[in-house]
Design a protein around this ligand. Structure first.
Ligand SMILES: [Zn+2]
Length: 509
């Protein structure tokens, strides 16, 4: 039974509430035991010819490989992965070649078989009881084994995902000793109905992490545990940071809502915080975050703003120059916008656009943190799930504490009037397209300003575009604008629309 046919069979079984099979071997054996051959046929079993039975009226080739080639020529299915080799070295080499491809084969194998090729020699060697002396199997390490489930731990991943992990009586499988195996998520654990004390089948194939594929139902002890319930197991709290956990409708995973303040999510949160569209800290990438966290120098986001030159320069591969540059990058990030700051907090469901909408609507972090659900729902494109997620985030005192610490560290942003006020929004209802390089504003800066003025930035020019803002080396969008007769303006024209002074003419105040 091919692996994909096996998966399909299990899916169908699941869909009609029937028992699933632990592996293709069990499923194939089950298919052969079915009383109705039409049902067996539906299971899509395959067959490879590997030898001869009774032969009449055919001059059988002198070698085993010749027989298989002839069978293939007749149209009988024969495994294509066969080879004629010489000596022990040839056999070992073949064994290794197939091992390297084992996981990529469309079906499971547990080894290869060596056969003497010369059929006359086969006959001379003969059999010992039913075992041929001219053929021997060379197995691979088993990829599945049975063992006992001792307990279920819950791990918190880098993104806050909670994964149930089976604690097992150590077992040798897939060439190594395995004592932990993933159960993927709550639904999977329930579907397999794993209970503590059960005998389970563990699979480890190739580099894939070991997983529990099923339970040996008739070996369940009378004192086996209760059906798995992740929420109950954790008392509703993240095992690392004690924040409430949640599982959204339509999602398979429970998650820790601690986000940026959960130590398990630290590295991910720092990377997100420092990313270009968030606080944009130049020089703070993957490797450095790993180093800072692993060395215990940075535990929380505000720690970034307490970094000193000495601690940084002492890090491996960190020269004086990069330390200075990083500190400058961190310092520069202190001056930001409310939208960027909100986005950098990594609140679930709050992407860049939502962060901008929230900043524009509320104007201040305090007003947002205190906003009631109904108030949040007034924001354009904010639905109940997003509103709930924001509320959830700021209901946790450690998140408010974090905001306070970051502000105390010097992070600031220009006052935004907020939609409730009468601040002019000169571009309300207008769609603009940016193309080329503007003399003083980056693409992101121009976009931010247009959006703050109520306008929308689109990626392509159409008849509905109100203005195309073109800079140096403007491309096909400019041609398109001319073709459609859309007004084209430059940065100065955009500033005029926004009611902002020209770049070389700063305000006096
Ligand atoms: Zn947590």
């Amino acid at each position: 039974m091919k692996r994909d046919d096996f998966e399909r069979l299990n899916e169908a079984q699941r869909a009609r509430g029937a028992k699933t099979f632990a592996n293709p071997r069990n499923a194939a054996a089950g298919a052969l035991r079915l009383l109705d051959p039409r049902e067996s046929k539906k299971r899509r079993l395959h067959f490879f010819a590997y030898g001869l039975g009774e032969v009449q009226g055919w001059a059988v080739p002198a070698t085993h490989s010749g027989v298989l080639d002839a069978l293939a020529g007749f149209g009988v299915p024969v495994n294509a992965d066969r080879a004629v080799v010489r000596g022990a070295a040839g056999l070992v080499d073949y064994h290794q070649r197939i091992a390297a491809r084992r996981d990529a084969l469309p079906f499971d194998i547990d080894g290869v078989v060596y056969k003497v090729n010369d059929r006359a020699l086969q006959e001379r060697l003969g059999f010992v009881t039913r075992e041929p002396r001219w053929a021997v199997a060379h197995k691979y390490p088993a990829q599945e084994q049975m063992t006992r489930l001792l307990g279920i731990d819950i791990q918190v991943g880098r993104t806050g995902k909670l994964t149930p992990v089976a604690k097992l009586e150590p077992v040798f499988v897939g060439g190594t000793t395995v004592s932990n195996a993933t159960l993927h998520n709550e639904d999977e654990a329930r579907r397999k109905d794993v209970r503590i004390g059960d005998t389970v089948i563990v699979r480890r194939a190739g580099d894939v992490i070991p997983e529990v594929v099923g339970v040996v139902a008739d070996r369940r002890p009378p004192d086996a545990g209760e059906p798995f319930d992740l929420y109950q197991r954790l008392g509703g709290k993240c095992p690392v940071c004690a924040s409430p956990i949640e599982r959204l409708e339509g999602e398979a995973d429970w998650r820790c809502t601690g986000g940026i303040t959960c130590p398990a999510q630290r590295k991910q949160a720092l990377l997100h915080f420092a990313s270009r569209r968030a606080m944009d800290i130049e020089g703070l990438g993957d490797k450095l975050v790993d180093q800072l966290v692993d060395a215990g120098i940075v535990k929380t986001v505000p720690d970034l703003y307490r970094l000193g030159f000495t601690a940084l320069a002492a890090l491996e591969r960190m020269g004086e120059k990069s330390a200075t540059n990083l500190l400058a990058g961190i310092d520069k990030s202190k001056s930001t916008t409310l939208a960027r700051f909100l986005y950098s907090l990594g609140i679930r469901q709050v992407g860049e656009t939502t962060a901008k909408d929230l900043a524009r609507h509320f104007g201040s972090i305090e007003r947002l943190m205190d906003a009631r659900l109904e108030e949040l729902l007034e924001v354009l494109d904010v639905g109940p799930i997003v509103a709930q997620s924001i509320r959830h985030f700021f209901d946790q005192p450690h998140h408010r504490e974090l905001v306070a610490q970051l502000q105390a560290a010097g992070i600031h942003w220009p006052e935004v009037a907020g939609q409730a006020s009468d601040a002019p929004r000169p571009l309300l209802g207008k769609t603009l397209v940016l193309t080329g390089t503007l003399p003083t504003w980056s693409r992101d800066e121009a976009k931010e300003r247009i959006e703050a003025a109520g306008g929308k930035v689109s990626g392509s020019v159409s008849k509905k575009t109100h203005f195309v803002v073109a800079g140096e080396e403007a491309g096909s969008k400019l041609d398109k604008a001319r073709e459609l007769g859309v007004p084209v303006i430059d940065e100065a024209g955009l500033r005029a629309l926004l009611d902002e002074p020209a770049a070389d003419n700063p305000p006096l105040s």
